[in-house]
Design a protein around this ligand. Structure first.
Ligand SMILES: Cc1cc2nc3c(=O)[nH]c(=O)nc-3n(C[C@H](O)[C@H](O)[C@H](O)COP(=O)(O)OP(=O)(O)OC[C@H]3O[C@@H](n4cnc5c(N)ncnc54)[C@H](O)[C@@H]3O)c2cc1C
Length: 651
């Protein structure tokens, strides 16, 4: 739908004040501030952070902390506490529960979902709760004071969140899971076993592979009846057995509905004037029960409403949560599709008992990952799964050994992450998007959040935003001036060496013939041994990371400058030793290898020196490629040098 296709006198109407609806409204406010927007929400309060409801219930967060901190654009006509009862597609109007009509030019359904309540006896007894919205949380909050035994039905994400929130020193909490492991959609057997341990250690009892037949009680719940006949006595029951998308509005309006409201890649339903986003929408047969895919859909819907051509091709949703202080992460595929599936899993269990990680690799590409316990690489893993990145044999080996896919140095600084790496997991905002926002002048956490939405849901990425908002793309390297000057000098000399030889004097009547430098045996020996000494020192300094004594004498930045100065000295003495000639046969190979090492080293020095003026991605890519050339070129040098010395003395 392009704006010119609907009358701007008729507003865009958004139904649903959850995160997906909120994101549509915010994006419209930013991209088309003049577009009239009417926003309905049947909950009586302004948008709040549903994800933090468990923290509110557990007493870890206050009300002010869970109300959305991203503002609602002034131009939006908000109608909270008002339910939309019907869509009149023929008239292009919605009808609210009071019977009032509101015309729309375009309609966005963001009605989300409600808790799924299984059809078992006793679900309508007093003391039986669901956990979906603020009013549920308020009721449960009141209940925590008097509950002595709470049974949570469902051992998935929501059930464990509810169990965590209800756990008090005076309340016994029992979680019942129908499957044979906790969080079966996100974790494999081993991962679930680690989580199980953490949950039990936190004081929650877990019953696996148990089906609930009903809830018993006279007016009020007094026990949960299992299929085995066993009754677990309790005073409170929380049903956390999944979600049911709110599709009734669409269904009554005659729109195609499966599990959710069916949408295409533009987030439109079968009616081109009506979009659906978030947990109420079904795209390619998939209804996502997480916030990030809904936000991606919302961004596409808003873009389309503003005349853009964004497409939504589906999400590989990542789950991040903290169950009783234990971090759980899962993305992509959890298990192999059976014995014929060529996918291979690599496991790593921390010997200190700190956690478990697993990656699933199919045909060399990362297709899934999960972790129970801390894992610093999760943002990169997310990006790698989403882009189907190749994982080399050495990475698999490293993972099996130490539980890391990338070397330590790669994971640390957020400014060095690839542009596609996700920084905010809740909203799916990448490092590249944040960098673009920074270029637009957003240089604080608040500004970055207002522009991109990052950090506005659970807030756990705010330290990363702080790092990104710190001003320049990358800080200037210490000693960057010297590094730049010596690096450029070395690069220039090495290039000259390749294309230009020092000429011989064209007359014999000179007091001093400079060609003696590369022809006279004594001079040649002096320059040759100087080159050897420079190479040896370079090799020793190259080992500085492992040689702690060097690190104690001077820091890394200092030794880096020394390394580059020695490189410049080496190329100078090489030129003196040979007159700038590459030599023949093995000597030529040796000269070219040394020059390749010198040029790649000089390039690294110049790029590091100028990192504060370059895009972090460029710095990272050049450094990586040049380092490979540097290492490869250095490999054969000792042997070639040995031959050269042997030849000089014996032949
Ligand atoms: C306790 C809890 C913890 C969670 N933790 C996580 C987590 O860690 N990570 C994660 O990714 N997800 C989590 N989720 C799920 C996440 O909250 C949902 O994925 C997300 O809220 C979906 O957003 P939505 O806007 O599509 O729908 P909703 O948030 O359901 O919002 C829809 C809104 O529309 C309103 N509405 C419905 N029909 C109408 C109508 N006819 N008229 C007017 N208004 C209407 C509803 O009342 C509701 O306010 C959690 C959920 C809960 C309850």
């Amino acid at each position: 739908m392009r704006p010119d296709q609907f009358s701007t006198a008729r507003p865009v109407v958004v139904v649903g004040s959850g995160p997906a609806g909120h994101r549509v409204v915010q994006a419209l406010g930013r991209q088309a501030p003049a577009l009239p927007v009417v926003w309905y929400g049947d909950e009586p309060w302004a948008p709040y952070n549903r994800i933090k409801l468990s923290s509110l219930l557990a007493g870890d967060a206050r009300w002010e902390e869970i109300t959305a901190d991203s503002p609602i654009p002034d131009t939006v006509d908000t109608r909270f506490g008002l339910r939309v009862a019907r869509i009149d597609r023929a008239a292009g109007e919605v009808v609210d529960m009071r019977g009032a009509r509101q015309a729309y030019g375009a309609l966005v359904l963001a009605t989300g979902s409600r808790a799924h309540v299984p059809a078992i006896p006793g679900v309508d007894l007093a003391g039986v709760f669901t956990f979906r919205d603020l009013s549920d949380a308020q009721k449960l909050q009141a209940r925590t004071v008097r509950s002595r035994v709470t049974v949570v039905i469902g051992g998935g994400l929501l059930g464990l969140e509810a169990a965590r929130a209800m756990r008090r020193f005076h309340t016994r909490v029992i979680a019942i899971e129908h499957g044979n492991r906790l969080m079966p959609r996100q974790l494999d057997d081993e991962g679930a076993a680690w989580l199980h341990k953490a949950v039990v250690e936190a004081g929650i009892e877990v019953r696996l592979a148990e089906a609930v037949k009903g809830i018993e009680g006279r007016g009020e719940a007094s026990g949960v009846v299992l299929r085995s006949g066993e009754v677990i006595a309790c005073d409170t029951v929380i049903i956390a057995t999944g979600i049911s998308p709110n599709v009734e509005l669409a269904l009554r309006a005659g729109l195609p509905v499966g599990r959710g409201i069916r949408i295409d890649d533009t987030t439109r339903t079968a009616d081109p004037c009506i979009h659906a986003v978030g947990e109420c929408a079904e795209h390619n047969g998939e209804v996502y029960g997480l916030v990030a895919p809904g936000l991606e859909q919302a961004a596409v819907a808003a873009n389309r409403l503003c005349g853009g051509d964004a497409v939504y091709t589906g999400s590989i949703a990542a789950t991040h949560l903290k169950v009783m202080g234990c971090k759980v992460f899962s993305i992509g595929e959890v298990e192999r599709y059976g014995a014929a599936d060529p996918a291979r899993a690599r496991h790593f269990a921390d010997p200190d008992g700190d956690g478990y990680r697993r990656v699933l690799i199919r045909q060399g590409r990362l297709v899934g990952a999960q972790a129970v316990g801390p894992w610093a690489e999760t943002p990169r893993v997310q990006e790698a799964v989403r882009s189907g990145r190749r994982i080399g044999p050495w990475q698999r080996l490293r993972f099996s050994r130490i539980g890391q896919l990338w070397p330590d140095t790669d994971a640390g600084d957020v400014r060095l992450w690839p542009a596609e790496a996700t920084v905010c997991n809740c909203t799916g905002v990448t490092r590249g998007q944040l960098e673009a926002a920074r270029q637009r002048g957003c240089n604080s956490i608040v500004a970055l959040g207002a522009d991109t939405g990052a950090g506005t849901v659970c807030g756990s990425c705010r330290p990363l935003l702080a790092e990104l908002a710190d001003g320049a793309a990358l800080p200037a390297a210490r000693g960057w001036g010297a590094l730049n000057a010596f690096g450029l000098g070395a690069a220039l000399l090495a290039l000259l060496y390749v294309v230009f030889a020092i000429p011989f004097p064209d007359t014999a009547e000179l007091a001093w013939r400079w060609d003696a430098l590369w022809r006279d045996s004594l001079y040649k020996q002096i320059s040759g041994y100087s080159a050897l000494a420079a190479m040896t020192l370079l090799a020793l300094i190259g080992l500085r990371k492992r040689w702690t004594r060097l690190a104690r004498v001077w820091d890394f930045a200092g030794w880096r400058v020394v390394h580059v100065v020695l490189g410049l000295a080496l190329v100078t003495v090489m030129a003196v030793h040979t007159g700038g000639r590459l030599g023949h046969n093995l000597d030529r190979v040796m000269s070219l290898a040394a020059l390749a090492a010198l040029l790649s080293g000089a390039l690294i020095a110049v790029v590091v020196a100028r990192q504060h003026q370059l895009a972090p991605g460029t710095v990272r890519r050049v450094q990586r490629s040049a380092t490979w050339v540097h290492i490869l070129a250095l490999w054969g040098l000792p042997v070639l040098l040995g031959f050269h010395v042997l030849k000089a003395y014996y032949f």
